[in-house]
Design a protein around this ligand. Structure first.
Ligand SMILES: Nc1ncnc2c1ncn2[C@@H]1O[C@H](COP(=O)(O)OP(=O)(O)OP(=O)(O)O)[C@@H](O)[C@H]1O
Ligand SMILES: O=P(O)(O)OC[C@H]1O[C@H](OP(=O)(O)OP(=O)(O)O)[C@H](O)[C@@H]1O
Ligand SMILES: [Mg+2]
Length: 286
């Protein structure tokens, strides 16, 4: 039988859309109908398990799944032995301590002897230990932000992104204790045959990620400025230069990291570049 790998992805939630979008951008086709908890790709040797994110580190560690996509917060909290293959750049958030808005905060000692509600008792416990703070950790599985207003705890430790959930619940963020983003994880003991498939998947993911952070840039340049412009936008090997129909002008094409582009835009214009077009790149293979 042909070897295939199994990947565990979140069924629905903050990780699922971006996880599935990344897999689709890798050219991998699969059926993902509502309620379906397992699906096999029609054009790549991979099977999908759609699960709660809490279960993903354990499934990958036990070898039920070979790969998984999960937040670093959940991975560290579950404390399972797996290999992190790649940071994926989405579902970025932080774990923070927060207290009621009206309270005065003078430092971590605020939490000494207090009761803190969280879904992340391990990460919080390790953090407080490392800072020498003794607090009571009260584990709850969701809606943590409500805890202070119902008298369950004096502070909370939960996921923050925009901060609007804290604000809506009358809380203020006082300490960031952990930064997280989605990661691709793998079982520690993959067979050689599975590793080969994983390498193919990683190759595709890298091409998609590289493409996303780069732009194809085209501009019209007076011939006298070409040397100056080439120094500003060196490109993958070197820029492409094509003559324009109008004498004395060329079209310069290059691939740039988006940050590099914004850094150099004023200098490019000062050097006489005009008609600058910035085009997204779907995939990039170096
Ligand atoms: N507001 C947010 N912004 C960005 N990333 C987030 C946000 N909230 C959570 N995340 C990240 O996405 C992961 C999944 O969050 P989600 O809220 O979907 O979890 P969940 O409710 O535990 O889902 P499940 O039903 O799968 O257990 C989190 O562990 C975290 O890494
Ligand atoms: O700082 P913010 O941008 O407000 O995001 C933070 C909130 O997002 C997550 O919950 P989510 O909305 O995913 O709902 P959930 O609690 O049902 O998982 C998390 O648990 C926080 O409550
Ligand atoms: Mg969960």
């Amino acid at each position: 039988m042909e070897q295939i790998i199994r990947i565990a992805v979140q069924k629905s939630g903050r990780l699922s859309d971006d996880s599935l979008a990344l897999i689709k951008e890798c050219g991998i086709k699969f059926y993902n109908g509502t309620g379906k908890l397992k699906s096999t790709s029609t054009n790549f040797p991979i099977e999908f398990l759609f699960l709660r994110d809490d279960d993903i580190p354990g499934y990958v560690s036990d070898g039920v799944a070979d790969l998984g996509i999960v937040g670093e917060n959940e991975l560290v909290e579950k404390d399972k032995s797996v290999t992190v293959l790649k940071k994926l750049g989405f579902s970025k958030c932080r774990l923070s301590l927060a207290i009621p808005k009206g309270q005065t905060y003078s430092g971590l000692e605020f939490f000494e002897g207090k009761n803190i509600a969280t879904s992340y008792p391990k990460i919080l416990g390790d953090y407080l230990d490392s800072k020498g703070i003794n607090a009571d950790i009260h584990e709850i599985s969701g809606s943590v932000e409500i805890a202070p207003s119902i008298g369950l705890a004096e502070g909370i430790c939960d996921i923050v992104s925009s901060g609007s959930t804290l604000m809506m619940n009358g809380l203020k963020e006082v300490e960031e204790i952990f930064k997280s983003e989605a990661v691709l994880i793998a079982n520690d003991q993959l067979s050689e045959a599975k590793k080969e498939i994983v390498e193919k998947l990683l190759f595709r993911m890298n091409a998609v990620q590289k493409g996303k952070s780069s732009k194809y840039v085209l501009m019209n340049v007076p011939n006298a400025s070409i040397d100056k412009i080439i120094k500003l936008i060196p490109g993958m090997r070197s820029p492409t230069i094509l003559p324009l129909a109008q004498e004395g002008w060329s079209s310069v094409h290059s691939v740039l990291n988006e940050d590099q582009f914004w850094e150099h835009i004023e200098e490019l214009r000062a050097a006489g570049a005009e008609g600058i077009l910035v085009v997204p790149i779907e995939k990039m293979i170096l």
